[in-house]
Design a protein around this ligand. Structure first.
Ligand SMILES: NC(=O)c1ccc[n+]([C@@H]2O[C@H](COP(=O)([O-])OP(=O)(O)OC[C@H]3O[C@@H](n4cnc5c(N)ncnc54)[C@H](OP(=O)(O)O)[C@@H]3O)[C@@H](O)[C@H]2O)c1
Length: 247
């Protein structure tokens, strides 16, 4: 048996929302395993440029400004990836929008932003990119612990991730004929930018919800994504895997 049990070297990945947070860590971890990584971003120009500059010393990484909720942008991205990379072996649907407020106060714009980014985005991305994906490719959808732990004020976000989990189950069936695996990863409370302005007692409460009594890190989640992307995960499909320290 080879000692390179991940067997990721030379693979090609696309990660949506790689400029910050969990997506940025997934990009770093894939590059460290020898994967050529394309990632998308929308507004974090500075973080994107510095990530590209840092990682291009160790491997091949390229950023694409592309709003996942915009079908024309998805079509353009497909053409660019086809020219630049030729194929995709690993697609990580990570980009997402988050709104937390009483459902009575949610506006139409907020509804469209959350469903546009979290539901329409991955749906049409996979629909358009499937043709570019290799036999045995991996689709990894970031869902959320919000689909199983019901916290008030998250109905819009949780419903969007519920849709993602159904995509996972059903795409796994449809794409099995090409040997794709399709899985969801459900992070718990994970320390990224959205927590920056939260009061410390709220963060303490979130940490207490996990059996391990701490907040998750982006690395905690990325390790599970790496497993699913790798040869280790080849017999796992149609699953929802929690990465939440026992939330
Ligand atoms: N952090 C948590 O506690 C937690 C818990 C459960 C699930 N999750 C899930 O884990 C994933 C990553 O979460 P995170 O906390 O790392 O998020 P984050 O820090 O808010 O980062 C979101 C990323 O998505 C990108 N993005 C947002 N809208 C986009 C769009 N329309 N098109 C393309 N890219 C877009 C952002 O790019 P720009 O900054 O360039 O705009 C950014 O890179 C998400 O799917 C989230 O729902 C997170």
């Amino acid at each position: 048996m080879t000692t390179d049990i991940l067997r990721l070297d030379g693979k090609i990945a696309l990660v949506t929302g790689g400029s910050r947070g969990i997506g940025q860590t997934i990009v770093r971890d894939l590059v460290a395993q020898g994967v050529n990584v394309a990632f998308t971003y929308v507004s974090s120009e500075e973080a994107t440029k510095s990530l590209e500059a840092e990682l291009s010393a160790n491997g091949r990484v390229k950023a694409y400004r592309s709003d996942v909720s915009d079908l024309t942008a998805i079509e353009r991205l497909k053409a660019e990836i086809q020219t630049d990379l030729g194929r995709i072996d690993i697609l990580v649907n990570n980009a997402a929008a988050f709104v937390a407020k009483p459902f009575a106060d949610v506006s139409e714009d907020e509804f469209d932003q959350v469903f546009g980014t979290n539901v329409k985005g991955p749906y049409f991305l996979v629909q358009h990119l499937a043709a570019l994906m290799s036999e045995g490719a991996r689709v990894i959808n970031l869902s959320s612990g919000a689909t199983k732990v019901h916290v008030p004020f998250t109905s819009l976000y949780a419903a969007s991730k519920g849709a993602v989990e159904q995509f996972t189950r059903l795409w796994a069936k449809e794409l099995a004929e090409r040997q794709f695996t399709v899985n969801s990863v459900l992070p718990g409370y994970t320390e990224t930018d959205w927590m920056a302005d939260l009061p410390s007692d709220q963060k303490r409460w979130m940490a207490e919800q996990a059996d391990f009594k701490r907040l998750g890190s982006a690395e905690d989640v990325s390790r599970v994504v790496l497993f699913l992307a790798s040869d280790m995960g080849r017999w796992v499909t149609g699953q929802h895997i929690s990465a939440d320290g026992g939330l």
